[in-house]
Design a protein around this ligand. Sequence first.
Ligand code: NAP
Length: 316
Amino acid sequence: MSKPDILVMYPTRPHAMAKLQDAYTLHRYDEARDREAFLAEHGPKCRGVVTNGHAALTRDMLDHLPNCEIVACASAGFESIDVAALADHGIAFTNTSAALYDDVADAALMLTLAARRELVQAHAYVQTGAWGEKGPYPLLSSLAGKRAGILGFGTIGAAIAERFAPLKLTIGYTARSKKDVAHRYFADPMDLADWADILVVIVPGGAETDGMVDAAMLAALGPTGTLVNVARGSVVDEAALIDALEAGKLGSAGLDVYRDEPQPDPRLTGLPNVTLYPHHASGTVETRDAMAQLVVENLAAHFEGRSLLTPVSAPA
Ligand code: NAP
């Protein structure tokens, strides 16, 4: 029996690519010089797509994929993929939230602690000899007893809450719908920011959440507040964030994601009250391997007629 044809829009880990190569005929759109022509030529025979959140997959592109049955995305975020169009075409869609939530939640915890306890600045204080010259480092603010607001309470938001609870943080959250958890629910993100000392952003990117964390929300967090963003740079009004941090209207920020990656605004990266990470929240060997393996297994499940491991349903 001939192998199903698969369009590779974005490659995954080498060992997983080798497995895909064995099981399918791969068409390397990611390596094509003229991608439009490549899609027009090879798209019609492809029954599946391997991609991740970095590659666009639009409704128009689906015109060239009339036989596509499944899109396996190797990331959690998929705002560049038109999932409503996939649903309209009856194309199954999978992502890899299930493989990466621990690492991303760890990164949120790390950035929260580092920003609040000034790890980077304190490290420099020891390293440069300032400690010996100037004396003890200034006193900071305790985490225990503070309020942590989690903006987005899906797979990763819930994992962040699990890590925050033992730190004696009081947890509140916003999501589109109230969850069956003991934490306080805020329907309005502004009310969450007003209530919280620390606001962790973990909603999806895309048009619906673009600029959701605005100047008013940052002002509500206030001069002793901390913003942590492990979602997408687009969710935060970055110009407002820079202004607030510069003016001391917001205390600190811990950021994994930015409007411009991989070269974030130097006005932001030059600030003393930021802790920065290079969009690497899921960047461990174990997790990236698990994400790649999920792509392999979802495709195998589909073509063997089994249930998908991590299907994503289309938006209502
Ligand atoms: P998820 O399980 O789909 O959860 C998303 C949460 O956001 C849900 O609670 C959802 O509400 C809420 N939400 C969506 N739109 C909203 C809106 N307009 N207003 C308020 N809440 C809204 O997704 P996840 O797996 O936790 O991942 C979340 C995002 O994290 C991804 O989309 C991705 O962009 C980002 N991410 C970043 C990294 C990184 O490297 N920094 C790694 C992985 C993921 P409901 O529950 O009510 O639907």
